[in-house]
Design a protein around this ligand. Structure first.
Ligand code: SF4
Ligand code: SF4
Length: 606
């Protein structure tokens, strides 16, 4: 009889789970682009099952691990009681005697930690607001586990005392029944979301086909103003989001007091989704233009999220709508955009001659069929003096190493600033012109000195027909050193390396820059480095944006760099160099920030 009752309860639990998951699936299906078909096995295993990102905060990682391992052990232990199944799953008496208790103690420790953190939350958990439902579910789990543990002890003394078990069983089943209706749905949605995460790290904004023939009555989607304009993957992100605020804590905009918090973006979207407001265009205004344009596209939020959400792609879709559908953007960005449209580069108010950087050098032009590498000179090099030094140094290194290289005639820009500021049409125009020129010149290999140019060529140009190998100058210099074509003399000077977001987080290029610095002096790391580095604040068009907030992002970063005691700050991106140089000048008249190419020339030529 008791098994029959249990069976009915289990069926009710299964029904509740099914109803909840189907409701979530229906909500997600409102998105404009279907879920990806490809499974990312690596992300599923590491982030979804082994909880790798949770271990960035060890206490939280250990608590989650105790809960997961405890639950798995409990599952096996309980399976031994089930008729027939128990014959198959039989780990022996020792497991029944000790395994269950051990598992319960593990779960107890895990859930107590979770509850304490709910009652004494870190700022990231309450930023915006904390997700309701966790505390109740944690208390339910605490009671279920406690009754199981106590019940097993009581039964040793009073074998006939049965209600403990029933309480334990019913509370456990109630917990499972509620999983899909509460934030505990992340137990399922987290791994699923990781399995559907793209393999490529960072941010990838989908291309827009401006020439597509659309069905009668359908308009071309230019970014997003409401949930239904976003992809189903983004809607799944909102459902899986824990409102844990790890993204908020990593976000340079949020951490410098600007209106943007990726957590707040995610939770607002999640609330709209839960309220069935997928078609509500009030969403974009509730998120707010200022916050949407604060994003530096640094991808720190993407790198941090334990359930593989991508808040940045959501933010940038809303930005596209502001720019392309409403023609609205902050004044300074609008000026940069206007310049891009009129002059093909975003630097307004500059009197610089784009060929100034070549003065005193004899830089060859790229010749089809003769030159091996195109040294790409982007807009920052042409129009900003600090960035010109990196280009001049790179030319010197290519000559010292005897590399066949050449440049294009006249100034160029990849269009990255246009794309990241939300002006996709302008980006496509610029990219197509560049692709055409490369095709005519038969360009096969391109060296970039700017991380944004590298990312554009690598990530977005192939979508438009670009087909060549792009090499960041950090990678190229590292290669030349390892091949013995460049022979620097290392000094005892302490140098810290600032990772450009567009190399480290967006493209997994972390070690080459460090190897170069290590060949020049003593590398000292900042507390936030590599893929966990802190942005310089320039990306996403914010080089031209009004910064606002309580601090400039680059000021925060340069303070962190100088606090290492390093005499020099090295980087490998024109925009990082420009931002950090401007902030470093507030601390010292002596020049502190250098591109790795400049440091390499100095270490070779003295
Ligand atoms: S997006 Fe990720 S990191 Fe940010 S609050 Fe949601 S779950 Fe946490
Ligand atoms: S990409 Fe960077 S700036 Fe933008 S929301 Fe994410 S963490 Fe914040």
């Amino acid at each position: 009889m008791k098994y029959a009752v249990m069976l009915v309860v289990v069926l009710l639990v299964a029904a509740s789970l099914t109803v909840g998951l189907r409701r979530i699936r229906r909500q997600i299906a409102l998105g404009a682009v279907p879920l990806p078909a490809e499974i990312n096995g690596d992300a599923l295993l590491k982030r979804g099952l082994l909880l790798s990102r949770l271990f960035k905060r060890p206490a939280s990682g250990i608590a989650h691990l105790l809960l997961v391992l405890g639950a798995v052990l409990e599952l096996f232990a309980h399976a031994q009681y089930v008729p027939y199944l128990g014959d198959v799953i039989d780990f022996g008496l020792w497991f029944l005697d000790y395994g269950r208790e051990l598992a319960a103690i593990m779960m107890l420790a895990g859930v107590v930690f979770m509850l304490l953190r709910r009652f004494f939350p870190p700022e990231r958990l309450t930023a915006g607001k904390a997700r309701p439902g966790f505390t109740g579910m944690n208390i339910l789990l605490l009671l279920a586990v406690t009754f199981g543990l106590v019940g097993s002890q009581v039964n040793v003394v009073l074998p006939a005392f049965v209600p403990w078990w029933w309480l334990h069983g019913l509370l456990t089943l109630a917990f499972i029944a509620l999983v899909a209706h509460t934030p505990m749905s992340h137990i399922v949605l987290g791994p699923v979301n990781s399995a559907l995460a793209p393999r490529r790290p960072g941010i990838t904004l989908p291309a827009i086909d401006f020439e597509a023939e659309l069905p009668e009555g359908e308009d071309l989607r230019l970014g997003a103003s409401k949930l239904a304009d976003l992809s189903q993957k983004s809607l799944l992100d909102f459902s899986a989001c824990l409102w844990c605020g790890r993204c908020h804590e990593a976000c340079p905009a949020a951490q410098t007091g600007k209106p943007l918090s990726p957590k707040k973006i995610m939770l607002t979207c999640a609330e709209y989704l839960a309220q069935g407001r997928a078609q509500d265009e009030g969403l974009i205004d509730e998120l707010g233009m200022e916050a949407i344009f604060n994003c530096t596209s640094c991808a720190a939020c993407v790198e941090e999220c334990p359930v593989s959400n991508n808040p940045a792609e959501v933010v940038l879709e809303f930005r596209r709508h502001f720019v392309m559908s409403r023609s609205e953007m902050p004044e300074t960005m609008a000026a940069a955009n206007a310049n891009l449209e009129k002059r093909g580069h975003p630097f307004f108010g500059t009197a610089a001659n784009p060929d100034d950087w070549q003065q005193g050098l004899d830089v060859p032009l790229f010749e089809a069929g003769k030159t091996e590498y195109l040294l790409w000179i982007g807009c920052s090099v042409a129009y900003e003096e600090q960035a010109q030094r990196a280009a001049r140094a790179m030319v010197r290194l290519l000559e010292l190493a005897g590399i066949s290289y050449g440049i294009l005639e006249g100034p160029h820009c990849t269009g990255d600033p246009a794309k990241m500021m939300g002006n996709e049409m302008q980006f496509v125009d610029m990219a197509q012109a560049n692709i055409e020129e490369f095709r005519e010149l038969e360009v096969r290999k391109v060296i970039t000195v700017c991380a944004h140019c590298f990312n554009s060529f690598e990530r977005y140009y192939p979508q438009l027909g670009g087909n060549w190998e792009t090499i960041s100058h950090a990678v190229f210099i590292d290669r030349l050193v390892s091949e013995g074509k460049l022979l620097p003399r290392a000094s005892q000077r302490k140098i810290t390396f600032h990772d450009p977001c567009y190399l480290a987080r967006h493209n997994d290029i972390v070690e080459p820059g460090r190897r170069v610095v290590s060949a020049l002096g003593q590398l000292v790391e900042m507390p936030r480095s590599g893929k966990d580095g802190f942005c310089c604040g320039a990306g996403g068009g914010n080089y031209w944006g009004g910064q606002g907030g309580t601090a400039r992002i680059s000021d925060v970063r340069i303070e962190e760099a100088l606090a290492t005691g390093a005499e020099r700050v090295a980087t490998a991106c024109s925009f990082c160099q420009l931002m950090l140089t401007s902030s470093a000048s507030k601390h010292s008249e002596e020049r502190k920030v250098f591109d790795i190419a400049e440091l390499m020339v100095e270490a070779i030529e003295g």
